[in-house]
Design a protein around this ligand. Structure first.
Ligand code: GRF
Length: 202
C-alpha cells in the first residue's frame, strides 16, 4: 500500500514507519512525507530518501485554501492510506472528502479521554494512574474518529510530561506500525462509530 505521512514535530513516529517500511515484507511503503511547518520530521524523510512537501497555513489566504492545497499535494502521490503522525492541524472538508475513511491518526491518550493537543499534560494534571495510546480513523472532529487499536501505559508517581510522553511514544511507535500494516493488508470496516480490521482467518 502507498502511504503518505503527515507530521509537524520531532517525527519519531514517522521514523518508526520509515524504519518498518524498509524491512522486507512490510505491506506498505511511505511514498511521501508532508509537513505544515519546518520540523525535524523533514530530516527523517531526507535521510530515508523519501520525497517531501510543505504546505504551511501562513502561505495561504485562509484555511480553506490551505486545506485544498494540502489535499492536492497529497493526492499527487496517489496514496492508499494517509497517516497523521504528530500532525498538529485539523484536516478540512476538502481533505476529508477526498481521503475520508483512509486517514489513520495516533493520539497519546486512551480516547475519548484527553482529546486535543495537550493529552499528556492533561492526563498528568488529572492524576490518572493509567493512560495510553490510541490509533483511530480521522473523521471531521478532533480525535473523535472510530478507534482501531488502544494500549494502556502506566503513569508513575514521579512522571513529568516528558517521561510520560516518551513512555507512551514507545507504545505508539509499535502500535501504529502494526495497525498500518494490518489496515494495508486487510482493510478496515467501519460503520461510523465502530471500526474493525477483519482478522486474517486464513
Ligand atoms: C505523538 O505522541 C502523537 O501521538 C502526538 O504527537 C506526538 C508526535 O510525536 N499527536 P513525533 O513528532 O512523531 O515524535
Amino acid at each position: 500500500a502507498r502511504i503518505v505521512v503527515l507530521a509537524s514535530g520531532a517525527g519519531s513516529l514517522l521514523y518508526s514507519l520509515l524504519d518498518a517500511a524498509r524491512t522486507d515484507g512490510y505491506p506498505a511503503q511511505i511514498v511521501a512525507v508532508g509537513v505544515d511547518r519546518v520540523c525535524a520530521a523533514q530530516e527523517h524523510a531526507d535521510v530515508a530518501g523519501v520525497s517531501q512537501f510543505k504546505v504551511a497555513l501562513r502561505d495561504y489566504a485562509d484555511r480553506g485554501e490551505w486545506d485544498r492545497a494540502l489535499t492536492e499535494a497529497v493526492a499527487k502521490h496517489e496514496p492508499d492510506l494517509i497517516v497523521t503522525a504528530g500532525f498538529m492541524k485539523i484536516l478540512g472538508t476538502a481533505f476529508l472528502e477526498r481521503f475520508g475513511g483512509r486517514i489513520i491518526n495516533t493520539h497519546p491518550a486512551l480516547l475519548p479521554s484527553f482529546p486535543g493537543a495537550h493529552a499528556v499534560p492533561d492526563a498528568l494534571a488529572y492524576g490518572v494512574k493509567v493512560t495510553g495510546s490510541t490509533v483511530h480513523l480521522v473523521d471531521g472532529g478532533v480525535d473523535t474518529g472510530p478507534i482501531l487499536a488502544q494500549e494502556p501505559v502506566p503513569v508513575l508517581d514521579d512522571d513529568d510530561e516528558a517521561a510520560l510522553h516518551e513512555r507512551i511514544k514507545v507504545v505508539e511507535r509499535r502500535l501504529l506500525v502494526d495497525v498500518v500494516a494490518a489496515v494495508a493488508t486487510r482493510g478496515v470496516v467501519s460503520d461510523g462509530r465502530k471500526a474493525v480490521i477483519p482478522s486474517d482467518r486464513t
